[in-house]
Ligand binder design. Structure first.
Ligand SMILES: [Zn+2]
Length: 448
Protein backbone atom coordinates (compact mmCIF):
# COMPACT_ATOMS: atom_id res chain seq x y z
CA UNK A 1 0.00 0.00 0.00
CA UNK A 2 2.88 2.31 -0.78
CA UNK A 3 0.61 4.67 -2.62
CA UNK A 4 -1.88 5.22 0.13
CA UNK A 5 -4.97 4.06 1.88
CA UNK A 6 -8.60 5.08 1.43
CA UNK A 7 -8.74 5.89 5.13
CA UNK A 8 -5.84 8.28 4.99
CA UNK A 9 -4.58 11.35 3.18
CA UNK A 10 -2.36 11.49 0.14
CA UNK A 11 0.77 9.45 0.81
CA UNK A 12 4.15 11.11 0.21
CA UNK A 13 4.89 8.62 -2.57
CA UNK A 14 1.66 9.42 -4.39
CA UNK A 15 2.13 13.16 -3.85
CA UNK A 16 5.58 12.92 -5.43
CA UNK A 17 4.15 10.96 -8.36
CA UNK A 18 1.49 13.65 -8.86
CA UNK A 19 4.12 16.36 -9.19
CA UNK A 20 6.08 14.12 -11.58
CA UNK A 21 2.92 13.74 -13.65
CA UNK A 22 2.50 17.52 -13.73
CA UNK A 23 6.10 17.86 -14.76
CA UNK A 24 5.59 15.33 -17.55
CA UNK A 25 2.63 17.17 -19.12
CA UNK A 26 3.10 17.87 -22.80
CA UNK A 27 3.15 21.61 -22.23
CA UNK A 28 4.82 23.13 -19.20
CA UNK A 29 2.18 24.82 -17.04
CA UNK A 30 2.34 28.59 -16.89
CA UNK A 31 1.56 28.55 -13.22
CA UNK A 32 0.14 26.34 -10.52
CA UNK A 33 -2.71 27.06 -8.13
CA UNK A 34 -2.91 25.07 -4.92
CA UNK A 35 -6.20 25.61 -3.11
CA UNK A 36 -4.76 24.67 0.27
CA UNK A 37 -4.87 22.24 3.19
CA UNK A 38 -1.38 20.80 2.91
CA UNK A 39 -1.50 19.22 6.41
CA UNK A 40 -3.32 15.96 6.98
CA UNK A 41 -6.63 15.33 8.71
CA UNK A 42 -5.08 13.69 11.79
CA UNK A 43 -5.94 16.84 13.68
CA UNK A 44 -5.56 15.18 17.06
CA UNK A 45 -1.88 14.56 16.38
CA UNK A 46 -0.98 17.92 14.88
CA UNK A 47 1.38 20.55 16.16
CA UNK A 48 2.42 23.87 14.71
CA UNK A 49 5.76 22.39 13.69
CA UNK A 50 4.18 19.36 11.99
CA UNK A 51 1.78 21.58 10.07
CA UNK A 52 4.62 23.77 8.88
CA UNK A 53 6.49 20.63 7.92
CA UNK A 54 3.56 19.71 5.65
CA UNK A 55 3.61 23.18 4.05
CA UNK A 56 7.38 22.92 3.51
CA UNK A 57 7.04 19.40 2.14
CA UNK A 58 4.54 20.49 -0.53
CA UNK A 59 6.59 23.60 -1.35
CA UNK A 60 9.69 21.42 -1.82
CA UNK A 61 7.84 19.12 -4.22
CA UNK A 62 6.66 22.18 -6.12
CA UNK A 63 10.08 23.73 -6.28
CA UNK A 64 11.79 20.49 -7.26
CA UNK A 65 9.83 20.27 -10.49
CA UNK A 66 12.03 21.27 -13.40
CA UNK A 67 10.03 24.48 -13.84
CA UNK A 68 9.21 24.89 -10.14
CA UNK A 69 11.65 27.68 -9.50
CA UNK A 70 10.80 29.56 -12.67
CA UNK A 71 7.02 29.50 -12.88
CA UNK A 72 4.66 31.14 -10.38
CA UNK A 73 3.22 28.75 -7.84
CA UNK A 74 0.35 30.10 -5.78
CA UNK A 75 -0.42 28.43 -2.47
CA UNK A 76 -3.38 29.08 -0.21
CA UNK A 77 -4.12 28.57 3.47
CA UNK A 78 -6.86 26.04 4.18
CA UNK A 79 -8.64 25.48 7.47
CA UNK A 80 -6.21 22.67 8.28
CA UNK A 81 -3.19 24.96 8.06
CA UNK A 82 -3.55 25.97 11.67
CA UNK A 83 -2.87 23.92 14.78
CA UNK A 84 -5.25 23.44 16.47
CA UNK A 85 -7.33 23.09 13.32
CA UNK A 86 -9.88 25.82 12.48
CA UNK A 87 -8.56 28.30 15.02
CA UNK A 88 -7.28 31.35 13.20
CA UNK A 89 -6.98 34.48 15.26
CA UNK A 90 -5.74 36.62 12.40
CA UNK A 91 -3.03 39.30 12.46
CA UNK A 92 -0.87 39.06 15.56
CA UNK A 93 -2.23 35.64 16.55
CA UNK A 94 -1.06 33.33 13.79
CA UNK A 95 2.35 34.78 13.04
CA UNK A 96 4.10 31.41 13.34
CA UNK A 97 2.02 30.14 10.41
CA UNK A 98 2.12 33.21 8.20
CA UNK A 99 5.85 33.75 8.51
CA UNK A 100 6.65 30.01 8.40
CA UNK A 101 4.66 29.55 5.19
CA UNK A 102 6.12 32.75 3.73
CA UNK A 103 9.59 31.23 4.14
CA UNK A 104 8.47 28.09 2.30
CA UNK A 105 6.78 30.06 -0.50
CA UNK A 106 9.49 32.69 -0.74
CA UNK A 107 10.69 31.70 -4.23
CA UNK A 108 7.38 32.88 -5.65
CA UNK A 109 6.53 35.89 -3.52
CA UNK A 110 6.93 39.57 -4.37
CA UNK A 111 7.62 42.11 -1.64
CA UNK A 112 3.99 43.14 -1.64
CA UNK A 113 2.86 39.52 -1.33
CA UNK A 114 5.30 38.91 1.48
CA UNK A 115 3.99 41.93 3.36
CA UNK A 116 0.28 41.01 3.27
CA UNK A 117 0.91 37.28 3.66
CA UNK A 118 2.91 37.72 6.84
CA UNK A 119 0.34 40.22 8.11
CA UNK A 120 -2.87 38.31 7.51
CA UNK A 121 -2.39 35.24 5.31
CA UNK A 122 -3.69 36.79 2.05
CA UNK A 123 -1.79 38.08 -0.98
CA UNK A 124 -1.70 38.61 -4.70
CA UNK A 125 0.74 37.39 -7.32
CA UNK A 126 1.28 38.20 -10.98
CA UNK A 127 0.99 34.98 -12.94
CA UNK A 128 0.92 36.23 -16.53
CA UNK A 129 1.51 39.65 -18.13
CA UNK A 130 -1.91 41.09 -17.27
CA UNK A 131 -3.21 38.42 -14.97
CA UNK A 132 -3.08 38.27 -11.16
CA UNK A 133 -3.91 35.49 -8.78
CA UNK A 134 -5.59 37.01 -5.73
CA UNK A 135 -5.46 34.70 -2.74
CA UNK A 136 -7.89 35.07 0.14
CA UNK A 137 -7.46 33.57 3.58
CA UNK A 138 -11.03 32.33 3.44
CA UNK A 139 -11.22 30.38 6.72
CA UNK A 140 -11.29 33.80 8.39
CA UNK A 141 -14.95 33.99 7.23
CA UNK A 142 -16.12 30.45 7.83
CA UNK A 143 -17.84 29.97 11.18
CA UNK A 144 -20.02 27.49 13.00
CA UNK A 145 -19.08 24.07 14.33
CA UNK A 146 -16.79 23.16 11.47
CA UNK A 147 -15.47 26.65 10.81
CA UNK A 148 -13.04 29.05 12.44
CA UNK A 149 -13.83 29.26 16.13
CA UNK A 150 -12.36 32.74 16.54
CA UNK A 151 -14.58 34.02 13.74
CA UNK A 152 -17.62 32.40 15.33
CA UNK A 153 -16.94 34.40 18.48
CA UNK A 154 -15.86 37.65 16.82
CA UNK A 155 -17.71 37.90 13.53
CA UNK A 156 -15.62 40.61 11.93
CA UNK A 157 -13.01 40.99 9.20
CA UNK A 158 -10.13 41.29 11.67
CA UNK A 159 -7.44 41.45 8.99
CA UNK A 160 -9.29 44.03 6.84
CA UNK A 161 -9.21 41.53 4.03
CA UNK A 162 -12.28 42.86 2.22
CA UNK A 163 -10.96 46.45 2.00
CA UNK A 164 -7.70 45.01 0.69
CA UNK A 165 -9.60 42.94 -1.87
CA UNK A 166 -11.43 46.04 -3.03
CA UNK A 167 -8.16 47.91 -3.54
CA UNK A 168 -6.50 45.04 -5.38
CA UNK A 169 -9.44 44.37 -7.68
CA UNK A 170 -9.88 48.11 -8.32
CA UNK A 171 -6.22 48.42 -9.23
CA UNK A 172 -6.51 45.49 -11.63
CA UNK A 173 -9.49 47.13 -13.31
CA UNK A 174 -7.71 50.47 -13.65
CA UNK A 175 -4.79 48.79 -15.35
CA UNK A 176 -6.93 46.65 -17.63
CA UNK A 177 -5.83 43.45 -15.90
CA UNK A 178 -7.70 40.26 -15.06
CA UNK A 179 -7.85 38.25 -11.84
CA UNK A 180 -8.11 34.61 -10.83
CA UNK A 181 -9.66 34.56 -7.36
CA UNK A 182 -8.49 31.79 -5.02
CA UNK A 183 -10.23 30.76 -1.84
CA UNK A 184 -9.89 27.56 0.09
CA UNK A 185 -13.57 27.73 1.10
CA UNK A 186 -16.30 28.21 -1.50
CA UNK A 187 -18.59 31.22 -0.90
CA UNK A 188 -21.23 28.89 0.51
CA UNK A 189 -18.91 28.25 3.47
CA UNK A 190 -18.74 31.96 4.36
CA UNK A 191 -20.96 32.82 7.31
CA UNK A 192 -22.64 35.64 9.24
CA UNK A 193 -23.31 37.82 6.20
CA UNK A 194 -19.85 37.46 4.70
CA UNK A 195 -21.28 35.16 2.03
CA UNK A 196 -23.36 38.12 0.82
CA UNK A 197 -20.33 40.38 1.07
CA UNK A 198 -18.25 37.95 -0.99
CA UNK A 199 -21.07 37.74 -3.47
CA UNK A 200 -21.25 41.55 -3.74
CA UNK A 201 -17.52 41.92 -4.31
CA UNK A 202 -17.51 39.20 -6.95
CA UNK A 203 -20.44 40.86 -8.71
CA UNK A 204 -18.91 44.35 -8.52
CA UNK A 205 -15.73 43.07 -10.15
CA UNK A 206 -17.18 40.43 -12.44
CA UNK A 207 -15.61 42.29 -15.39
CA UNK A 208 -12.19 41.77 -13.75
CA UNK A 209 -12.52 38.30 -12.21
CA UNK A 210 -12.02 35.61 -14.84
CA UNK A 211 -13.07 32.78 -12.52
CA UNK A 212 -12.92 31.74 -8.88
CA UNK A 213 -11.23 28.61 -7.55
CA UNK A 214 -11.77 26.78 -4.28
CA UNK A 215 -10.96 23.49 -2.58
CA UNK A 216 -11.88 22.16 0.83
CA UNK A 217 -14.57 19.69 -0.16
CA UNK A 218 -12.52 16.84 -1.68
CA UNK A 219 -15.03 16.53 -4.50
CA UNK A 220 -15.17 17.97 -8.00
CA UNK A 221 -17.99 20.42 -8.52
CA UNK A 222 -18.76 23.99 -9.52
CA UNK A 223 -21.08 26.77 -8.55
CA UNK A 224 -22.42 29.69 -10.57
CA UNK A 225 -23.07 33.16 -9.18
CA UNK A 226 -25.79 35.32 -10.69
CA UNK A 227 -26.50 39.06 -10.24
CA UNK A 228 -28.19 40.01 -6.97
CA UNK A 229 -30.80 42.37 -8.45
CA UNK A 230 -32.55 39.98 -10.83
CA UNK A 231 -30.90 36.65 -9.98
CA UNK A 232 -30.97 35.91 -13.69
CA UNK A 233 -27.58 36.95 -15.07
CA UNK A 234 -24.74 34.43 -14.57
CA UNK A 235 -21.59 36.35 -13.61
CA UNK A 236 -18.97 34.03 -12.18
CA UNK A 237 -18.05 30.37 -11.84
CA UNK A 238 -16.25 28.86 -8.86
CA UNK A 239 -14.38 25.72 -9.80
CA UNK A 240 -13.89 23.25 -6.97
CA UNK A 241 -11.36 20.98 -8.56
CA UNK A 242 -11.27 17.81 -6.52
CA UNK A 243 -8.23 17.06 -4.46
CA UNK A 244 -5.07 15.08 -4.15
CA UNK A 245 -6.28 13.41 -0.99
CA UNK A 246 -8.12 10.08 -1.38
CA UNK A 247 -10.86 11.16 1.07
CA UNK A 248 -13.82 11.55 -1.28
CA UNK A 249 -12.37 9.85 -4.34
CA UNK A 250 -9.32 9.04 -6.38
CA UNK A 251 -6.62 11.74 -6.34
CA UNK A 252 -7.04 14.34 -9.08
CA UNK A 253 -5.60 17.53 -10.47
CA UNK A 254 -6.80 19.77 -13.26
CA UNK A 255 -5.16 21.54 -16.14
CA UNK A 256 -6.99 24.69 -17.21
CA UNK A 257 -6.60 26.13 -20.69
CA UNK A 258 -7.05 29.83 -21.18
CA UNK A 259 -6.93 32.42 -23.89
CA UNK A 260 -3.64 34.28 -23.88
CA UNK A 261 -5.24 37.61 -24.78
CA UNK A 262 -8.48 37.70 -22.83
CA UNK A 263 -7.55 35.16 -20.13
CA UNK A 264 -10.99 33.60 -20.60
CA UNK A 265 -11.03 29.97 -19.44
CA UNK A 266 -11.48 27.81 -22.51
CA UNK A 267 -11.53 24.30 -21.09
CA UNK A 268 -10.02 22.10 -18.42
CA UNK A 269 -8.69 18.56 -18.36
CA UNK A 270 -9.21 16.50 -15.24
CA UNK A 271 -6.40 14.06 -14.49
CA UNK A 272 -6.68 11.20 -12.03
CA UNK A 273 -4.90 8.17 -10.72
CA UNK A 274 -6.61 4.88 -9.90
CA UNK A 275 -5.33 4.40 -6.37
CA UNK A 276 -6.25 0.70 -6.11
CA UNK A 277 -4.45 0.04 -9.37
CA UNK A 278 -1.41 2.06 -8.24
CA UNK A 279 -1.12 -0.07 -5.10
CA UNK A 280 -1.74 -3.32 -6.99
CA UNK A 281 0.78 -2.56 -9.75
CA UNK A 282 3.27 -0.75 -7.55
CA UNK A 283 3.15 2.08 -10.06
CA UNK A 284 0.80 5.06 -10.15
CA UNK A 285 -0.46 5.89 -13.60
CA UNK A 286 -1.82 9.44 -13.88
CA UNK A 287 -4.06 9.87 -16.89
CA UNK A 288 -6.53 12.32 -18.33
CA UNK A 289 -10.10 11.46 -17.44
CA UNK A 290 -11.99 14.08 -19.41
CA UNK A 291 -11.98 17.57 -20.89
CA UNK A 292 -14.90 19.57 -19.57
CA UNK A 293 -16.21 21.05 -22.83
CA UNK A 294 -16.81 17.84 -24.80
CA UNK A 295 -17.55 15.83 -21.63
CA UNK A 296 -20.47 18.09 -20.72
CA UNK A 297 -21.34 19.18 -24.27
CA UNK A 298 -20.67 22.86 -23.48
CA UNK A 299 -20.17 25.44 -26.22
CA UNK A 300 -17.83 27.34 -23.91
CA UNK A 301 -16.94 27.59 -20.22
CA UNK A 302 -18.83 30.81 -19.55
CA UNK A 303 -20.92 31.18 -16.40
CA UNK A 304 -24.02 31.16 -18.63
CA UNK A 305 -23.09 27.76 -20.09
CA UNK A 306 -22.49 26.23 -16.65
CA UNK A 307 -25.80 27.73 -15.48
CA UNK A 308 -27.70 26.16 -18.41
CA UNK A 309 -26.06 22.82 -17.71
CA UNK A 310 -27.16 22.72 -14.06
CA UNK A 311 -30.68 23.89 -14.99
CA UNK A 312 -30.91 21.04 -17.49
CA UNK A 313 -30.21 18.60 -14.64
CA UNK A 314 -33.04 20.11 -12.60
CA UNK A 315 -35.41 19.57 -15.50
CA UNK A 316 -33.94 16.28 -16.70
CA UNK A 317 -33.79 12.69 -15.52
CA UNK A 318 -31.17 10.60 -13.73
CA UNK A 319 -30.09 8.94 -16.96
CA UNK A 320 -29.10 12.19 -18.70
CA UNK A 321 -25.60 11.79 -20.06
CA UNK A 322 -24.22 15.12 -18.79
CA UNK A 323 -25.62 14.50 -15.30
CA UNK A 324 -24.18 10.97 -15.24
CA UNK A 325 -20.82 12.42 -16.25
CA UNK A 326 -20.94 15.07 -13.54
CA UNK A 327 -22.00 12.63 -10.83
CA UNK A 328 -19.20 10.27 -11.79
CA UNK A 329 -16.58 13.05 -11.83
CA UNK A 330 -17.74 14.38 -8.46
CA UNK A 331 -16.36 11.41 -6.55
CA UNK A 332 -13.38 11.18 -8.85
CA UNK A 333 -14.31 7.72 -10.20
CA UNK A 334 -14.66 6.31 -6.74
CA UNK A 335 -18.41 5.84 -6.48
CA UNK A 336 -21.15 5.22 -9.05
CA UNK A 337 -23.14 8.14 -10.44
CA UNK A 338 -26.18 6.80 -8.58
CA UNK A 339 -24.51 7.77 -5.30
CA UNK A 340 -25.25 11.44 -6.07
CA UNK A 341 -28.59 13.21 -5.72
CA UNK A 342 -29.42 15.09 -8.92
CA UNK A 343 -31.64 17.95 -7.59
CA UNK A 344 -29.30 18.50 -4.62
CA UNK A 345 -26.22 18.76 -6.79
CA UNK A 346 -27.97 20.83 -9.46
CA UNK A 347 -29.12 23.32 -6.81
CA UNK A 348 -25.66 23.34 -5.22
CA UNK A 349 -24.23 24.30 -8.61
CA UNK A 350 -26.83 27.06 -8.91
CA UNK A 351 -26.56 28.51 -5.38
CA UNK A 352 -23.67 30.42 -3.86
CA UNK A 353 -25.55 31.06 -0.60
CA UNK A 354 -27.82 29.00 1.66
CA UNK A 355 -30.73 31.34 0.90
CA UNK A 356 -30.43 30.72 -2.83
CA UNK A 357 -30.18 26.98 -2.17
CA UNK A 358 -33.41 26.97 -0.16
CA UNK A 359 -35.15 28.81 -3.01
CA UNK A 360 -33.75 26.43 -5.60
CA UNK A 361 -34.85 23.36 -3.63
CA UNK A 362 -38.24 24.94 -2.88
CA UNK A 363 -37.73 24.05 0.78
CA UNK A 364 -37.17 26.72 3.48
CA UNK A 365 -35.44 24.12 5.65
CA UNK A 366 -33.04 22.77 3.00
CA UNK A 367 -29.40 22.91 4.09
CA UNK A 368 -26.74 23.62 1.52
CA UNK A 369 -24.43 20.56 1.59
CA UNK A 370 -21.12 21.26 3.25
CA UNK A 371 -18.43 20.30 0.95
CA UNK A 372 -16.08 19.46 3.25
CA UNK A 373 -0.34 29.02 -10.47
CA UNK A 374 1.56 29.94 -12.99
CA UNK A 375 4.24 30.52 -16.01
CA UNK A 376 4.60 30.56 -19.81
CA UNK A 377 3.84 28.47 -22.34
CA UNK A 378 5.18 27.53 -25.59
CA UNK A 379 4.57 30.44 -27.92
CA UNK A 380 0.98 30.53 -28.97
CA UNK A 381 0.12 27.73 -26.60
CA UNK A 382 -2.63 27.94 -24.07
CA UNK A 383 -1.63 28.71 -20.56
CA UNK A 384 -2.38 26.04 -18.07
CA UNK A 385 -3.36 26.21 -14.48
CA UNK A 386 -3.24 23.26 -12.19
CA UNK A 387 -5.31 22.96 -9.13
CA UNK A 388 -5.70 20.49 -6.32
CA UNK A 389 -3.49 18.57 -4.00
CA UNK A 390 -3.77 18.10 -0.33
CA UNK A 391 -0.61 16.11 0.33
CA UNK A 392 0.24 15.27 3.83
CA UNK A 393 3.54 14.73 5.55
CA UNK A 394 2.62 13.19 8.86
CA UNK A 395 1.54 9.86 7.45
CA UNK A 396 5.05 9.27 6.21
CA UNK A 397 6.09 8.42 9.73
CA UNK A 398 4.06 5.25 9.61
CA UNK A 399 5.09 4.44 6.09
CA UNK A 400 8.79 4.36 6.75
CA UNK A 401 10.45 1.36 8.35
CA UNK A 402 8.91 -1.04 10.78
CA UNK A 403 6.47 1.34 12.40
CA UNK A 404 3.16 0.79 14.07
CA UNK A 405 0.32 3.14 14.90
CA UNK A 406 -0.84 3.57 18.49
CA UNK A 407 -4.24 5.13 19.11
CA UNK A 408 -3.42 5.95 22.73
CA UNK A 409 -0.96 8.71 21.99
CA UNK A 410 -1.90 9.13 18.33
CA UNK A 411 1.66 8.42 17.30
CA UNK A 412 3.76 6.03 15.31
CA UNK A 413 6.29 3.87 17.11
CA UNK A 414 8.92 1.39 16.14
CA UNK A 415 7.50 -2.09 16.49
CA UNK A 416 8.61 -3.49 19.84
CA UNK A 417 9.53 -0.07 21.21
CA UNK A 418 9.14 0.18 24.96
CA UNK A 419 7.92 3.74 24.50
CA UNK A 420 4.84 2.51 22.65
CA UNK A 421 1.92 2.72 25.09
CA UNK A 422 -0.02 0.24 22.92
CA UNK A 423 0.83 -3.41 23.23
CA UNK A 424 1.20 -5.40 20.06
CA UNK A 425 -2.12 -7.01 20.87
CA UNK A 426 -3.78 -3.61 20.88
CA UNK A 427 -2.69 -2.95 17.34
CA UNK A 428 -1.71 -6.43 16.39
CA UNK A 429 -1.56 -5.81 12.70
CA UNK A 430 1.52 -3.70 13.38
CA UNK A 431 0.63 -2.08 10.15
CA UNK A 432 3.21 -0.14 8.24
CA UNK A 433 0.34 1.71 6.66
CA UNK A 434 -0.28 5.05 8.26
CA UNK A 435 -3.69 3.86 9.50
CA UNK A 436 -4.48 7.25 10.90
CA UNK A 437 -7.91 6.16 12.03
CA UNK A 438 -6.89 2.84 13.54
CA UNK A 439 -8.60 2.56 16.92
CA UNK A 440 -8.49 -1.06 17.99
CA UNK A 441 -6.79 -4.30 17.21
CA UNK A 442 -8.41 -5.91 14.21
CA UNK A 443 -9.90 -2.59 13.02
CA UNK A 444 -10.09 -2.77 9.24
CA UNK A 445 -8.13 0.45 9.11
CA UNK A 446 -5.23 -1.26 10.84
CA UNK A 447 -4.87 -4.04 8.36
CA UNK A 448 -2.64 -4.19 5.39
ZN1 LIG B 1 -10.32 22.40 4.12
Amino acid sequence: MKYGDWACDLSPALAASMFSAIEALEVTPDFILNTGDDPAHDVWAQTQELNLEAVRYVAALQQNMSFGGRRPIVNTFGNHANSPVNQFQGPGGDDWLYSGAAQAWLPWLSEDALRTLTFGGFYQMRVAPKLRAVVMHSTMFSGGESGNWFFTVNRTDVGAQFPWLDVVLGEARERGEKVLLLRHCPISDFDYGFDEMMRNVTESYSDVIVASFAGHSHTSWYTVQRDAATDRIPLDVTYVSGSGTPGGGNPTFRVFHYDLDTYEILDYDQYWVDMDQANANGRPEWKKDHSARPYYGLKDLSAASWERLARSWLQGADNMTSWQHYARAMTRNRRPAESQNRPVQACTALSVTSELYKQCMGDPHAELPTHADLGSSMPGELIKVLIGSQPVAQCSKCLDGEMTWCWKDSSCHLIGSLKNPCSNAQCASASKISACHCKTCGDAECSN
